[in-house]
Write a protein that binds this ligand. Structure first.
Ligand code: TYM
Length: 329
């Protein structure tokens, strides 16, 4: 079977350099490997309180970022999760095949709910991985490009597929997460022992930051004692993170990046990393702005939902038949 590739980004908060390096930058290469289904996980964004206008704007941003990164809408289905109703329908079926115990062990659920009162935790936050598993199996996806923090959810999807197929025969395709060898976990610039995340304005580089801010953030990144630019995640997490960012943006290995910086001191090293980020983000932002201004994403999303629905509805029908739902038409 040709490869089927699926991934999504949730429109909460501002997209970061972590999202960019972890998945966005590499997505256009996926177009040569098989059929791509790339979406905006807007239903997932509702699992934590979000202002309606912010959600809409974030969705426009992600659609435009996908296109600015180089996804060709003629070759991929680019769509909003909420515009392909099969996601919600399959979710209603699949929620019966994942269990409370396994959902409560999910790291993201534990982290996100830890800050909340139990009475305020929505069911959707708890059931998040059910919808995510539905997203994946709907397209018979065998490859799911994600950053490291999503691996656990893809593993749970694999458990679901095993369980479901054991019960009903070979109905669902087994997916596999695919991470970048380096850059699957970009760390915060202010605390390089923590992941760069959409909700950490100090340690994050946002894809919409202006270039002066980008430079300032890289220059004030926490570094480590010593003066050598060497990769050592344990002893030099800050330097290792900056080396990773540089290597990913320049498409070179860590060893090559280390070699390049062998005679550098931290200050000049940071300056050059900042320049690499600017060189990447400046043209990217220009393309993004053109897409936002032209509103060309609207037509793309409409056509994407049509293409995605065709495939998704077939899987949904297959699943409905398998579990014993009567089909009248
Ligand atoms: P989200 O929106 O949090 O993140 C989008 C993608 O970016 C990756 N990522 C990172 N990669 C490297 N370094 C980082 N610091 C970093 N931070 C985030 C994430 O791993 C992710 O791949 N649940 C998903 C969205 C989703 C999805 C799906 C993904 C919904 N359904 C089905 C794949 C398949 C999420 O919230 O990603």
């Amino acid at each position: 079977m040709a490869e089927r590739i699926l991934t999504g980004i949730k429109p909460t908060g501002q997209l970061t350099l972590g999202n960019y390096i972890g998945v966005l930058k590499n997505l256009p290469k996926m177009m040569d490997r098989g059929e791509c289904f790339i979406f905006i996980a807007d239903l997932h964004a509702l699992t934590l309180p979000i202002d309606p206008e912010v959600l809409r704007q974030n969705s426009v941003d992600i659609a435009s970022f996908y296109l600015a990164a180089g996804l060709d809408p003629k070759r991929v289905a680019l769509f909003l999760q909420s515009e392909v109703s099969a996601h919600s329908e399959l979710n209603a079926i699949m929620q019966n095949y994942l269990y409370m115990g396994e959902l409560s062990r999910m790291t993201q659920f534990k982290e996100k709910s830890a800050k909340m009162k139990e009475s305020g935790i929505g069911l959707g936050l708890f059931a998040y991985p059910v919808l995510m598993a539905s997203d994946i199996v709907l397209y018979d996806a065998n490859i799911v490009p994600v950053g490291e923090d999503q691996i656990q959810h893809v593993e749970l999807t694999r458990d679901l597929v095993n369980r479901f197929n054991q019960r009903y025969g070979n109905v669902l395709q087994m997916p596999k997460a695919e991470m970048r060898k380096i850059g699957a976990r970009i760390m915060s610039l202010s605390d390089p022992t923590k992941k760069m995340s959409k909700s950490d304005p100090k340690g994050d580089i946002f894809l919409k930051d202006d270039m002066a801010t980008v430079r300032k953030k890289v220059m004030s990144a926490v570094t480590d004692s010593g003066s050598e630019v060497k990769y050592d995640e344990e002893k030099k997490p800050g330097i290792s993170n900056l080396l990773t960012i540089y290597a990913c943006l320049k498409d070179i290995t860590i060893a090559e990046a280390e070699k390049h910086f062998v005679d550098y001191r931290y200050g000049d090293f940071k300056k050059e990393v900042a320049q690499a980020v600017v060189d990447e983000l400046e043209p990217f932002q220009k393309r993004y702005q053109e897409i936002v201004d032209s509103k060309s994403y609207l037509e793309v999303l409409k056509e994407g939902a049509r293409k995605a629905s065709e495939v998704a509805n077939k899987t949904l029908l297959r699943v409905k038949k398998a579990v014993g739902l009567l089909i009248s038409k």
